[in-house]
Design a protein around this ligand. Sequence first.
Ligand code: GDP
Ligand code: IMO
Ligand code: MG
Length: 424
Amino acid sequence: MGVDVLLGLQWGDEGKGKIVDFLAPGYNVVCRFQGGPNAGHTLKFGGITHVLHQIPSGIFRDNIQNVIGNGVVFDPVIFKNEVEKLSEYNIDLNKKLLISKRATLILPVHRLLDSAMEASKGKDKIGSTLRGIGPAYQDKIGRNGLRVGDILAQDFKKRFHHLTNQHLDMLAYLKFEADHKESEAKFFESIDFLKKFQLMDTEQFINTAIEEGKRILAEGAQGSLLDIDFGSYPFVTSSSTMAAGACTGLGIAPSKIGEVFGVFKAYCTRVGSGPFPTELQDETGEQLRKEGAEFGATTGRPRRCGWLDLPALKYVVTLNGVTQLFMMKTDVLNVFEKIKVCTHYKLKDGSMANTLTYESLNQDVEPVYRTFDGWGNLEVNEATTFDLLPAQLVKYILFLESELKTPINIVSFGPDRSQTLVRK
Ligand code: GDP
Ligand code: IMO
Ligand code: MG
């Protein structure tokens, strides 16, 4: 029995949280392996809507261990808030949540640095969530970072101040003024709070669970097109959001990976700057935003919207070794009479590309579309099996499957747990 990995295949916000929560009863362990509180994963069930940032999306289900792995950058202040928000649900977090001692800490000064660096970029800013993700990963890779396990050391405060002071020099250089004293007090409160949780070598826990035949689901954050290596660099996040990130971010061997679930929206969205070939800056884009309630779960920013981008999907399906696709937010397309899918990019030199390349990512490409008839309102929401889906939607699904050479095994048609259709 391997570790199944669930990934967003676009620019994040594909609906990963919803589907992890839906699948979680089939697993014993759900783990986050990268990213941090830049993630906002929305779960909806029984009249409850809840957004998780660092805590894995298996947390509402019974008898599941949830793991924050070593590859995560962890903000203890946001964690304390998250735990407090969960208090009304009577979840025994001390029992159900394990946190890697190797996860990198986000310090208050990392958030300030994130803001300062974005400000210094002017119009070329990345559109970061300003959660301190980039600066925290910089410290990790630069071998200066502090980790969750370090909070138990006698000299933690000294090391905290040493690193903070280095960064304050950088902030002064960037002429970024901010009062960090108040946030420091909050930080140390949240560090005391964090000490009450199970901090451990989660890689040992996970590998023992694998040996015992337990079922493990790794929950990706962000999406493949935001990957530090293969995304639309530099408009990306600072972690490996691809399947391989689950190995380094949890401490598991590649041979232990089982299924790779690729989650995508039936169209595309992006929040933040960077290339977006199929973006619609017209009424149709506006309508997608309205129908899909496309506003960020972490920052509330309006998401940029556009048609599905097959060249980009093909690229990441291959690089991730996706074995099953899950199509989300299908219902959002119900109102459209015509639905477009980008099949190729026309490059500046007139050549066509049917996948992402370094060149296509670094120039304005012209999307070439294939147009499908819409499937009309309601029918999708009422379908209880794949066979009952409207014919036009079946045509859309079959086309995507043949282009991506991968089955679409789940179709989601609403934010609620119950609005999920599984192919038998
Ligand atoms: P994540 O970051 O990938 O977990 O996705 P987000 O939670 O940031 O954004 C997805 C949004 O779409 C949330 O508001 C979900 O409640 C919502 N959602 C998820 N699946 C569906 C669906 O199939 N249809 C509709 N209409 N909304 C959905
Ligand atoms: P989930 O897990 C959508 C985007 C930001 C910005 C870029 C870099 O909810 O899908 P960062 O804060 O990481 O330095 O920002 O990445 N971004 C996301 N967009 N969903 C997310 O997470 C994102 N996390 C980061 O908007 O463009
Ligand atoms: Mg999100």
